[in-house]
Design a protein around this ligand. Structure first.
Ligand code: ADP
Ligand code: MG
Length: 329
């Protein structure tokens, strides 16, 4: 079969009609719509994210990494809710139907889907610019889910993983920085973000607020503060160190990536001060999360104050767009 004779039906049948072992999928790909079993006593959680070539990933990115990313960014949203993922739908806009690309895309997508037992239950395919939309659905127990809006003054602010490594990894790729294992590690952090599903599940009933970090630590902490009606102090000295970043970048650039680089897909969350130590101990989180600040009463001028050596300082760049759009100025 030639590339161009690969029609919509062939693409679906070949690459996207995989059977899932999930017993709650009553009717999957192939009919007019899917039917899933709802779980008594649980709440359905739904999220959707679109990734666009040249905006969310570089042209020429391996198809498998694109497939992985399309699902990972969505699972990260479910993680931020404390939800367990279950199903997804996929809308693909493709300039052309290249078998090799589709094969790679499906392999990256399903590698992550299988890891979390997520079933692909439907979707759509159109011809157009390379744009991929995934919708994920999952569930939480009825007694609680995470939101951005519950942080209270005095709560401690935590982040998982090592913020900034993904943005540094993107810079490594865009500037073709050679750097052996350190460069490979950072690139991997950009290309294969790990959705923090297990962490979100653990935090579900204990964190006062949570969200995933996609636009940069400070930018996203501002959103959490806005949703909670509070402000925050972020202590830059407390940020986890990245040996790989330090090997390839100046201290100031590392700080910049950590505070305003995007694409980390880590969890940012708050815990009441009096319970924080015990929660981290009980859930065995000490190795995986870092305390980076504290929630303060709402202030008018700036929702997030960054401190270094106890002194306030201003970020050189606020958002993550500089990194995401390939502007290295
Ligand atoms: P219709 O035109 O009736 O909506 P489609 O041809 O669009 O039917 O889709 C046929 C079936 O294939 C549906 O079950 C749909 O959910 C599924 N499907 C279409 N595209 C995808 C895709 N990219 N991934 C998974 N399932 C898909
Ligand atoms: Mg359709």
């Amino acid at each position: 079969m030639t590339e161009e004779s690969l029609g919509e039906f062939d693409i679906i049948a070949r690459y996207f009609s995989r059977r899932s072992a999930r017993r709650d999928v009553l009717l999957g790909v192939g009919d007019d719509a899917a039917v899933v079993d709802s779980h008594a006593g649980r709440k359905l959680v739904v999220a959707m994210d679109t990734i666009v070539e040249n905006i969310h990933f570089l042209a020429g990115t391996e198809a498998a990494d694109v497939g992985y990313r399309a699902l990972a960014v969505n699972l990260s949203d479910l993680a931020a809710m404390g939800a367990e993922p279950a199903w997804m739908t996929l809308s693909l806009s493709l300039p052309r139907a290249r078998e090799q690309w589709l094969e790679g895309f499906a392999s990256g997508l399903f590698a992550l889907a299988d890891h979390y037992d997520v079933a692909l239950i439907g979707g759509d395919i159109v011809r157009g610019p390379l744009v991929i939309t995934v919708q994920v659905a999952g569930w939480v127990e009825a007694d609680g889910w995470l939101t951005r809006s519950g942080a209270k003054p005095g709560d401690l602010v935590f982040v998982s993983g090592v913020p900034g490594e993904a943005a540094a990894g993107l810079a490594v790729m865009q500037r073709h920085i050679l750097g052996g294992e350190a460069a490979a590690h950072l690139q991997q952090r950009f290309l294969r973000p790990q959705p923090r599903i297990e962490l979100g599940r653990k935090l579900r009933t204990v964190a006062t607020a949570a969200m995933d970090v996609s636009d940069g630590l400070v930018a996203d902490l501002k959103k959490l503060c806005a949703a909670s009606g509070v402000s925050a102090q972020l202590h830059a000295d407390l940020l986890p160190e990245s040996a790989a970043m330090r090997q390839l970048f100046e201290v100031e650039d590392c700080l910049q990536y950590a505070l305003s680089g995007g694409d980390d897909y880590e969890l940012l969350f708050t815990l009441p001060e009096d319970r924080a130590a015990q929660v981290l101990d009980t859930l065995q989180l000490e190795q995986h999360v870092t305390r980076i600040g504290v929630i303060t009463p709402a202030e008018q001028d700036s929702a997030v104050q960054c401190l270094r050596g106890g002194q306030p300082f201003k970020l050189k760049r606020a958002g993550h767009d500089h990194f995401a759009r390939g502007d290295q100025g």
